[in-house]
Design a protein around this ligand. Structure first.
Ligand SMILES: [Zn+2]
Length: 349
């Protein structure tokens, strides 16, 4: 445990009192590089469009083929991110978790600039994403090597910048669990045991994956209350009892792909709709699980941003809250989901 961090939240601008956190998105990407998923199109149209910058005439194709467009899967311009985060701020947003782990475009200096220019608190991630993004020598790295990397990112700073991660994750896993991903999950657990930092898991596509990862974390002595299972609506869909069973372990549920309404190439199916997300959240709230729910949009494509015709970081505050209220979710429960749960989860313990 880092004594100076007990009960505090660690942002890229330093430790913070949880009471200052406010409305929080639990899983976004403010800069990203998903080149590890890029597939060069073989068809004539794809070949022609793959390098084209985004414009109205190719946006329809990009939305259907998000991983086949190079400009779509990379974002590194501070100016664009600042403008997009400002929109979240205008709707009352105060804090964002940048769940970008190693290998997918993590940019601590960019995050610090965006935080300074927008006034939004930003919590940076650490650890490794799914195996296609791993470094070439991952087979030879040990759990202990990976644990030390995470501890260093949180205790000292990322890549010599002095800017510290405040979250372990998103830790990427697949189904079946890749051996190097298992090492990475165990290293995340051990770093968590050392430091008391919160843990964010990206589960495999199969609905059994979230519970499998919880079992590994519990084996390592992690209390599931300190874990958020990301993208949960994409794994459990309309199966209410699966969400409840996972929450019964103490685990937090990340409904974090609001606004995504496109074909999900790596899973070979379409994303669930905002309607389904809203139905599941309202059913979970009615059955007493509001203390386990957190939300976000997981913006990780250029086409997710408002500048490029997307829904952007303000989508939940602008469009989803009224719909949740219409479904009977009270302001008290909305406050719990947007403010109280992130406050409790992100504070080091
Ligand atoms: Zn993500």
């Amino acid at each position: 445990m880092l004594a100076e961090m007990r009960g505090r939240i660690l942002t890229v601008r330093g430790p913070m009192d949880p009471n200052d956190l406010g409305i929080t998105l639990i899983h976004e990407h403010l800069f990203f590089d998903l080149s590890c998923y890029y597939h060069r199109p073989r068809d004539p149209k794809g070949k022609k469009l793959t390098n084209q910058s985004i414009k109205l005439s190719n946006l329809g194709w990009i939305r259907q083929n998000s991983m086949n467009s190079i400009p779509n899967i990379r974002l590194h311009e501070d100016k664009i991110t600042v403008a997009e985060v400002k929109r979240f701020r205008e709707f009352g947003g105060q804090s964002v978790v940048d769940a970008t782990s190693v290998g997918i475009g993590r940019n601590p200096l960019g995050l610090a600039k965006v935080s300074a220019r927008t006034g939004v608190n930003i919590i940076a991630g650490s650890g490794y994403y799914v195996h296609p993004s791993h470094p070439k020598d991952m087979d030879t790295r040990t759990i202990e090597d990976l644990r030390k990397e995470i501890v260093s990112d949180i205790a000292e700073g990322i890549d010599g910048t002095g800017l510290r991660a405040g979250l372990i994750g998103e830790i990427g896993t697949s189904w079946p669990l890749h051996p190097n991903e298992e090492k990475s999950v165990r290293a995340a657990a051990r770093a968590h045991n050392d430091l008391g930092a919160p843990v964010s898991i990206h589960p495999g596509q199969h609905p059994e994956s979230p519970m499998q990862i919880i079992d590994v974390l519990r084996e390592e002595g992690v209390d599931p209350h300190r874990v958020v299972m990301s993208h949960i609506e994409n794994r459990y869909r309309e199966k209410l009892e699966l969400y409840q069973k996972l929450a019964d372990t103490g685990c937090n549920l990340g409904f974090d792909t609001f606004g995504r309404d496109q074909f999900f190439a790596s899973a070979g199916r379409h994303h669930p709709s905002d309607d389904l997300r809203i139905d599941m959240i309202s059913a979970l709230v009615r059955s007493g699980y509001s203390g386990h729910i957190m939300v976000a949009q997981d913006c990780c494509f250029r086409s997710d941003l408002t500048k490029y015709g997307g829904h952007g970081y303000g989508h939940i505050l602008e469009n989803i809250l009224p719909r949740l209220r219409n479904k009977g979710v009270s302001d008290h429960d909305i406050h719990q989901i947007l403010v109280e749960n992130p406050k409790r989860f992100l504070a080091f313990q």
